[in-house]
Design a protein around this ligand. Structure first.
Ligand code: HEC
Ligand code: HEC
Length: 387
């Protein structure tokens, strides 16, 4: 019944088109409008997904048992002080592993926007301020933070020792049951399993990746099917927008920090010091790569951690975020103050150069984009998402 009806609608539609004349039938032109250096730049933003590499600082990285144990811990609110908050409270799979709020709320309110955990294993630094240098070290923070889960090493160790299933899983992963006389070591091991789980969170291939691979293989016909508006947006992104100077490589971030002209007042009289405060915390942490919990100091070198300098320029800098799967992770920026991708593009279009502090990021200038260019750049950003 349905098929017959659809066929007859198609037939009527075709007849109308024939009657209107062939001049009106315009098929979309499949062509590549980008050239030379833009194509070269695009090739450097893949391939995707990256090859999995174990984290040498975490001896259970890549272990299937640790992934299972870590997944359970990630989902479990009973580990928090009031029994209500788990990692998943602020990192929901259906929100691209962030939480959809401007700023997150655990036991109490935070001042920052939750970060997506997609592809998090590829980061160089963790947290918007880069306060940790490994995924497992970062996973300790929210457990202890009074505003997030508000627990303690002792409480974690005894919770794992008292629960038969946790105790069994812990022993399977680490070869011995949780030792309550060394709570800090038990907490670090729990964090290493949670990190092993987070390493499995990888985003899918996107229209951009198909475009990029087609260009790399010289298949211009396939490349031409990538929408024209996204291609025009790419021309801005890799061209006059200078976006790819900071948002570079397969993750669309160089992994470092910058000032993108966002405000850093949290409330009147109180600022978010960003990277500056992050460096101070990184250096003071017993869990950084220079410390005793690094499982392989030879391969997981603390060189970069020892190099970071507390330069005044780092004040108010935030991590250059990756740009994959952004359609799932609104709102944007460290304070969640921009609601849509269009708002972000308008921010860059009108950026206030006076606001760019310290040495200034002279890469960023008001782009004064037309409405068409704004829509094109948004279309390009959307093509970095799989749905
Ligand atoms: C109350 C909400 C909340 C809870 C609970 C929470 N997080 Fe987060 N998470 C955030 C916010 C907000 C950020 C970004 C802010 C920052 O980095 O300071 C973040 C950042 C992160 C990052 C850094 C991502 C990156 O790209 O640098 C990781 C990793 C992470 N969280 C893992 C976890 C794990 C593991 C847990 C559970 C042990 C957890 N989070 C619990 C809110 C939360
Ligand atoms: C100087 C380096 C730099 C350049 C150039 C740059 N960005 Fe950014 N971008 C950042 C930083 C830093 C942030 C985070 C700022 C914050 O949270 O306060 C950011 C945030 C974003 C976000 C929000 C992502 C999220 O998850 O919240 C998007 C989208 C984005 N940039 C797109 C662009 C586009 C498009 C361009 C070019 C017009 C561009 N960026 C140019 C450094 C840069």
């Amino acid at each position: 019944m349905m098929v017959t009806r659809r066929n007859s609608i198609c037939f009527v539609f075709a007849a109308i088109l024939m009657w209107l004349g062939p001049g009106l039938i315009t098929l979309p032109v499949a062509q590549v409008i980008l050239t030379g250096d833009k194509i070269k730049a695009i090739k450097r933003h893949g391939p995707w997904p990256p090859v999995f590499e174990e984290d040498p600082s975490n001896r259970v990285s890549g272990s299937a048992l640790a992934v299972e144990f870590g997944r359970k811990l990630f989902l479990d609110p009973s580990l928090s002080r009031d029994g209500d908050v788990a990692c998943v409270t602020c990192h929901l799979p259906e929100k691209g592993w962030s939480d959809g709020q401007e700023t997150s709320k655990g036991i109490s309110q935070l001042d920052r926007n939750s970060q997506s955990l997609y592809n998090v294993r590829n980061n160089r630094w963790y947290g918007l301020d880069g306060r940790t240098d490994s995924l497992w070290a970062h996973s300790i923070g929210p457990m202890l933070d009074e505003r997030e889960m508000g627990t303690s090493p002792e409480a974690i160790a005894s919770a794992l020792a008292q629960d038969a299933e946790y105790s069994r899983m812990y022993e399977q992963v680490y070869g011995e049951p949780p030792d309550v006389s060394d709570p800090q070591a038990v907490m670090v091991n729990a964090a290493k399993a949670i990190a092993a789980f987070q390493e499995t969170i990888v985003s899918w291939r996107t229209p951009f990746d198909d475009f990029r691979d087609a260009l790399a293989n010289g298949d211009m016909e396939a490349a031409g099917t990538y929408p024209q508006d996204a291609q025009r947006g790419a021309r801005i992104f890799f061209g006059k927008g200078n976006c790819s100077l900071c948002h570079s490589g397969p993750m669309f971030t160089n992994g470092e920090f910058a000032d993108a002209g966002m405000g850093y007042f949290v409330r009147p009289g109180e600022v978010d010091t960003g990277r500056h405060g992050g460096i101070e915390k990184l250096r003071a942490s017993p869990f950084n790569l220079s410390g005793k919990f690094n499982d392989n100091p030879e391969q997981a070198s603390d060189w970069a951690t020892r190099q970071v300098a507390l330069h005044p320029k780092t004040f108010g800098e935030f991590k250059i975020p990756p740009l994959r799967e952004l359609t799932q992770t609104a709102p944007y920026m460290h304070d969640g103050s921009l609601a849509t991708l269009e708002d972000v593009v308008r921010h860059y279009s009108e950026i206030d150069e006076e606001r760019l502090h310290a040495d200034g990021e002279n890469i960023l200038r008001p782009l004064k984009l037309s409405e068409q260019e704004i829509a094109d750049l948004v279309a390009f950003l959307e093509s970095l998402s799989s749905f």
